[in-house]
Structure formats: structure tokens, C-alpha cells
Write a protein that binds this ligand. Structure first.
Ligand code: LMR
Length: 398
């Protein structure tokens, strides 16, 4: 039956974790998969999340099915976290389903788009997260890329991006990263979000926001200012939410897809399709992570403690950016590394040639994905000099 299947190459990001684990060299450093790490290299469960888990388990008297849309309290609270006061205004027009992580939300959105409008095209940034195209495209929806990043200046190629959107037909879909652009670390400024909103509105293009890092760029509010601006103005918006990074719930696969529709009747219809898509793929989402996130958001004390923990994560990542930029500049005063500190979130693109990226993994035992992205949270006081030495050695490899 399966004899004709060829062995596939490793996943570009998850394969880095496997290669790192298989490397016996004690000097190895993992700057691959995007998970937050503390100074000891661990990915902790935030204390507020641990406490919420304890409370959820203590109060849980049954494990009967929740339902295809998942936990209603979670759905309401997670959308309110993203949209703020707008969530109330838009409630009747919003169709939300709890999903199997942020990936599940993205795929659910693609399936929904494909069902509603099979000819529509989703435009993704160039570059984008390595799994966006496989994950969305596998639903059958067509994909194209829009210019996003200018490697020479390490900034948003904004004029070219806008020009691309200007040329889109009504009904095209534009996938935007809510904050902490993956893999570049370069986000739109608020004025740029405003300019994008103008064009989307004029052209009838539908925004689709991937919100995987709320609270890990600047803070929980600033990181969604662009999203809120779009949600307030555009008649239709898709929002894929992940709780993996900000709640540290990675393996619990906790996320949501919220679709803001033109009117309440359409939102109600969307809900039935969301439920059917989920039912046909996996029936229902897992409960635990959503129940925990709902409790964190619903209990004032837990919520405050969790917010403080996100603030600490941001402070640590900003400090690591400055630390690494300083160590690199110390080794190569002829080059500018200040761009590292201007970027947000976990990721930066090093701008290495393929030979440099290969040498970094194979010779230096510093593991990064094939696009040369680094997870800044993988740097620590203990390894920063080794990271800087290794980077400097491969910088000019062609
Ligand atoms: C990443 O970009 O490394 C994370 O979003 C994890 C993943 O699933 O790829």
C-alpha cells in the first residue's frame, strides 16, 4: 500500500530541533524553533498558567465533550484580548471557533475561504513563516507572495508592498503578521498599518491577520494596535490566534479563529461552517489549554501575574538583542549590527548566504533554519560569546 512513498526531507523548522538533538557536540546551541527560553535554556510554563492549570484540574468533574466550537469562555476572552473594546462592538458580527493551536486556526481559515470562495487568492509576505505556504496551500487555496522585506536596509519594502496591494482585485486576501514578523522581526509602523487599511478598504481586499506573538513584541496592547485599526474599519477580517508563545501552551495546541463578517447573519452562517470543517477534520479541539487560558484571562489576579510575565519575557528578549548586537559590534566594528535592537519579537534574519548558514549549523554547531533566521531567545549570557564568535566566522561565507 505505501511502498511507493518516498522519504521526505525534514521540516525546515522542526528538522532543526531534530538535528540539534542528534548532535553529540557539547558546545551545540539551538537558535532554531521559535520557543521562548529562559537564561538556562528552558521553556518555562508561566507561573500564572501553572496556577490556572491547578485550578482547572481541581474544578473539573467531567471530561465529556465540549463541542466543535470549543470552550465559549475561551473564545470570548481570547478575542477580547486581541480586539479590546472592539470585541464587544463586533460581537454579533464575529464567528469564533477554538482551534488546534495557531496552525489549526490558519488551516481552518484556509478551508473556510476555499469553501466560500474557491477562486480567491491569499497573498503572503515575502518572506514569511516557513509553514504558512504548506499549511494554507494544502487546503487547495491559491497563494501568491507580496514584497515585504528589503534585505539591504533590513526594513519593510513598504512602497512595493503597497503597490502590490493596490493591484489586487476585490476579494483577494492579504495575510499580515499581527506583530513580531516571522522570520524578519521587522513590523509595520502604525502609520503603515493605516496606509494598508486605506488601500484594503478602497480595493475591497480582505485582511487575514496571523496573531501568534501578542505581548511578545512591545506589550499586549501595542502589539495589536494595527490589528484593531483594521478591525475597526474593514467589513471583513480573519484573525488566527495562537496561545503557544504568550501563554507558553505550545504542546497544548491552543488557538482560535475569529472571522469578522459584514453582518450578524453571515457570522452565524460562518459559525456553522467552522463547526463542520472542524468536525470533518478532527471533530473537536482539545480542551485543556483553552480552559487554562480562559481561567488566566478571567481571574484578575492570574491575569495580572501573567501580564507581568509577558513583560519580563519582552524585557529579556530586548536585552538579549542589545547584548548580541554589542558582542557582534565588538568583534566587527566595521559592520553595523544596530538593526538587531530595532526589531521586535523572537526572530531576526541574519542575512547569511546559504554557505554561511550551513557552516553555522555543521561547523559551529549553532542550529538555525535554512533561511538563516535566529531565535533571539535562544541566546543567553552563558552562550552569547560563542554565538557571536560563530556568527562572525561565517558572516562572509559565500
Ligand atoms: C517557529 O516559527 O519556529 C514556530 O512558530 C514553531 C513552528 O511551528 O514552526
Amino acid at each position: 500500500m505505501f511502498g511507493n512513498l518516498e522519504t521526505l526531507p525534514p521540516d525546515p523548522i522542526l528538522g532543526v530541533t531534530a538535528a540539534f538533538r542528534a548532535d553529540p557536540d557539547p558546545r551545540k546551541i539551538d537558535l532554531g524553533v521559535g520557543v521562548y527560553r529562559d537564561e538556562n535554556g528552558n521553556t518555562p510554563v508561566p507561573a500564572a498558567v501553572r496556577e490556572a492549570e491547578r485550578q482547572v484540574l481541581a474544578a473539573q468533574s467531567s471530561k465529556t465533550y465540549v463541542g466543535p466550537l470549543g470552550n465559549p469562555e475561551f473564545n470570548e476572552r481570547i478575542v477580547a484580548l486581541a480586539l479590546g473594546e472592539l470585541a464587544g462592538t463586533l460581537r454579533e458580527r464575529t464567528a469564533t471557533i477554538q482551534t488546534v493551536g495557531g496552525c489549526g486556526a490558519l488551516r481552518m481559515a484556509a478551508e473556510l475561504l476555499h469553501a466560500a470562495s474557491p477562486g480567491s487568492v491569499v497573498h503572503v509576505s515575502d518572506p514569511t513563516w516557513a509553514n504558512h505556504e504548506p499549511l494554507l496551500g494544502n487546503s487547495g487555496i491559491a497563494l501568491q507572495r507580496y514584497p515585504y522585506y528589503e534585505p539591504a536596509t533590513r526594513s519593510v519594502a513598504f512602497d512595493r508592498m503597497l503597490e502590490h496591494i493596490e493591484g489586487l482585485p476585490a476579494g483577494a486576501v492579504l495575510l499580515l503578521h499581527g506583530s513580531c514578523h516571522n522570520p524578519t522581526g521587522v513590523d509595520l509602523e502604525l502609520a503603515q498599518w493605516r496606509a494598508v487599511a486605506d488601500v484594503l478598504e478602497r480595493r475591497g481586499v480582505v485582511p487575514f491577520v496571523d496573531l501568534a506573538y501578542q505581548g511578545l513584541g512591545d506589550d499586549l496592547e501595542t502589539d495589536v494596535a494595527g490589528l484593531r485599526l483594521l478591525a475597526a474599519r474593514l467589513p471583513t477580517l480573519l484573525l488566527a490566534i495562537s496561545c503557544s508563545k504568550n501563554f507558553g501552551l505550545y504542546r497544548e495546541r491552543t488557538g482560535a479563529l475569529a472571522v469578522i463578517a459584514e453582518n450578524a447573519a453571515t457570522a452565524r452562517a460562518i459559525t456553522t461552517h467552522q463547526a463542520r470543517i472542524g468536525r470533518r477534520m478532527y471533530s473537536m479541539p482539545p480542551d485543556h489549554g483553552a480552559a487554562v487560558a480562559a481561567r488566566v484571562l478571567g481571574e484578575a489576579q492570574l491575569r495580572r501575574a501573567w501580564q507581568d510575565e509577558t513583560v519580563a519575557m519582552v524585557a529579556r528578549m530586548k536585552a538579549l538583542r542589545a547584548l548580541l548586537a554589542g558582542r557582534l559590534a565588538g568583534r566587527r566594528p566595521d559592520r553595523d549590527f544596530s538593526w538587531l535592537t530595532g526589531q521586535r519579537g523572537m526572530f531576526s534574519l541574519l542575512g547569511l548566504a546559504p554557505a554561511g548558514i550551513r557552516a553555522l549549523c555543521v561547523e559551529e554547531h549553532v542550529y538555525v533554519p535554512p533561511d538563516g533566521r535566529i531565535n533571539i531567545a535562544g541566546v543567553s549570557d552563558a552562550n552569547v560569546d560563542r554565538v557571536a564568535d560563530a556568527l562572525v566566522r561565517v558572516l562572509e561565507r559565500r
